[in-house]
Write a protein that binds this ligand. Structure first.
Ligand SMILES: NC(=O)c1ccc[n+]([C@@H]2O[C@H](COP(=O)([O-])OP(=O)(O)OC[C@H]3O[C@@H](n4cnc5c(N)ncnc54)[C@H](OP(=O)(O)O)[C@@H]3O)[C@@H](O)[C@H]2O)c1
Length: 285
């Protein structure tokens, strides 16, 4: 099979590059320079020319705060470009594996969100990602939409790398404890996607949730990052979100229920602390 990866220079795209190496299928890695997904013509021509069987869309506009001031651009990439991919997949009978976000939810609950729960994004990023999901369903292509959260990896900029650097260099630090979710090591998500492709379970159409197992606040996550990095000198204090105002509101509770993806695909998901130690190990190398 020919597998097209879009946005392959991002966190998840890079982990797909790492994970695919020993596999038989033909993985084609592209980022905006090779394939700008906002161009419907380019997307359609690429999928036709390369006889693409599966598209894994790792491309996105992920700057959550910037999206508040540039929703047009966020919508172009997170919604309209996703429609381009979905329509081309429909036309050429390809499967679209698309990544979405916990930010489609409002975060005022206290029980993990299932795929059936009502969406109510708090900001522009979540709105445009939700519109992307809806465009896929409308286009009618074979699709697997995976909502994830709190993504980190060795690649790019993310909370894990930022906290690792800050706790190594600062005597003290405040981190919010009133936003609760589940961290996700992008390598684990990439491996889950690769498993779905390699085990040929592409007909199991629908929306799924994937994060690492377990629940924590950003404060707990930061404490564990510092601990596992050996940065014991930095004093980390919990604080409220109001102390760090951001342009975009964040959900206070965005834990995703992963029962469906585990039972439908037969996937085992590692706990966030064990996955964090793998990422830290890789960062140490
Ligand atoms: N990061 C998180 O915490 C998080 C949480 C929940 C869900 N997600 C979702 O998970 C997925 C992967 O996230 P990530 O953190 O790996 O994202 P990322 O690191 O920001 O990577 C996205 C990639 O897409 C590229 N891209 C942007 N516009 C494009 C275009 N028009 N055509 C082709 N490529 C384009 C970006 O290039 P440039 O860098 O040059 O723009 C970048 O290389 C996304 O769908 C995201 O919404 C992420």
């Amino acid at each position: 099979m020919n597998i097209l990866i879009t946005g392959a220079n991002g966190q998840l795209g890079n982990e797909m590059r790492v994970g695919h190496k020993t596999l038989q299928d033909n993985y084609i890695f592209t980022d905006v320079a090779e394939l700008d997904i906002t161009s419907a013509t380019a997307v359609e021509e690429f999928i036709a020319r390369e006889a693409v069987d599966v598209v894994v869309n790792c491309a996105a506009y992920t700057a959550v705060d910037n999206a508040e001031e540039d929703e047009t651009m966020a919508d172009k990439i997170n919604h309209q470009a996703v429609a381009n991919l979905a329509e081309a997949c429909f036309k050429h009978n390809a499967t679209l594996i698309h990544i979405s976000t916990d930010y489609v939810f409002g975060g005022d609950g206290c029980v993990p969100y299932t795929e059936e729960d009502a969406t109510s994004p708090l900001g522009a990023y979540g709105r445009t990602k939700l519109a992307g999901e809806q465009a896929i369903v409308k286009a009618g292509c074979r699709h697997i939409i995976i909502r994830t959260a709190w993504l980190y990896s060795e690649f790019g900029r993310n909370f894990c790398k930022t906290m690792r650097a800050l706790t190594a260099s600062k005597p003290s630090l405040k981190v919010v404890f009133d936003q609760v979710g589940s961290p996700t090591y992008a390598a684990d998500l990439a491996n889950a996607i690769i498993y779905i492709i390699e085990s040929r379970q592409l007909d199991k159409v629908g929306i799924y949730h994937y994060t690492n197992e377990g629940v924590c606040s950003w404060y707990d996550f930061a404490v564990e990052i510092a601990h596992q990095s050996g940065n014991t000198e930095c004093k980390i204090e919990p604080c409220h979100s109001e102390e760090f105002p951001t342009k975009a509101s964040r959900p206070h509770y965005s834990v995703l229920d992963k029962t469906k993806i585990k039972s439908v695909f037969g996937i085992t998901i590692p706990h966030w602390q064990s996955s964090l130690s793998k990422c830290i190990e890789n960062l140490n190398e």
